[in-house]
Design a protein around this ligand. Structure first.
Ligand SMILES: [Zn+2]
Length: 155
């Protein structure tokens, strides 16, 4: 995989947790809890790699990965064996987990208004925000736990 031209994913409606972990790792991963008839195929035609639990659907596309496992850990490993996911943590936590937009550095005066005081004091300068849905992100215990989990899983 080439980091300047990373792979784009679209995850079917059964793979919400997997989509979230791929976003954590910085991958542009389209996900909706439901898709209208043609939407999935349009996204695949746009160049996204389809992740699906549906046997019939996976056979209709050349760039589709069948995800058989139930646990997100094993699903992530399946994607890794198919395409080779990055271990470069510089791209991790760079994308909104809710809406998939790339995050940008939050301005201090804006962050101060929107995050708890202790967060602002501890992580000031490291607070990111989503330009689309306006959520704020910062390093902290939740991120530490996620990193530990990914490390346990071999990432
Ligand atoms: Zn967002």
């Amino acid at each position: 995989m080439n980091t300047t031209n990373p792979i784009l994913f679209v995850a079917d409606s059964m793979l919400g947790k997997l989509a979230r972990y791929l976003r954590i790792m910085g991958y542009d991963t389209f996900y909706q809890s439901s898709y209208s008839g043609r939407r999935l195929s349009e996204l695949v035609m746009e160049g996204r790699t389809l992740l699906t639990r549906n046997h019939a659907i996976v056979r209709s596309y050349s760039n589709a990965i069948f995800i058989e496992a139930d646990l997100v850990k094993d699903q992530l490993k399946a994607v890794d064996s198919a395409v080779g996911l990055t271990r470069d943590q510089r791209s991790w936590f760079s994308r909104c987990l809710i809406c998939n937009s790339p995050l940008s550095k939050a301005k201090a005066e804006v962050a101060r208004e929107h995050v708890p005081d202790f967060v602002f004091l501890n992580y000031h300068g490291k607070i990111l925000s989503c330009p689309s849905c306006k959520r704020f992100y910062w390093p902290g215990t939740h991120r530490e736990r996620t990193l530990e989990r990914l490390k346990d899983w071999g990432f």
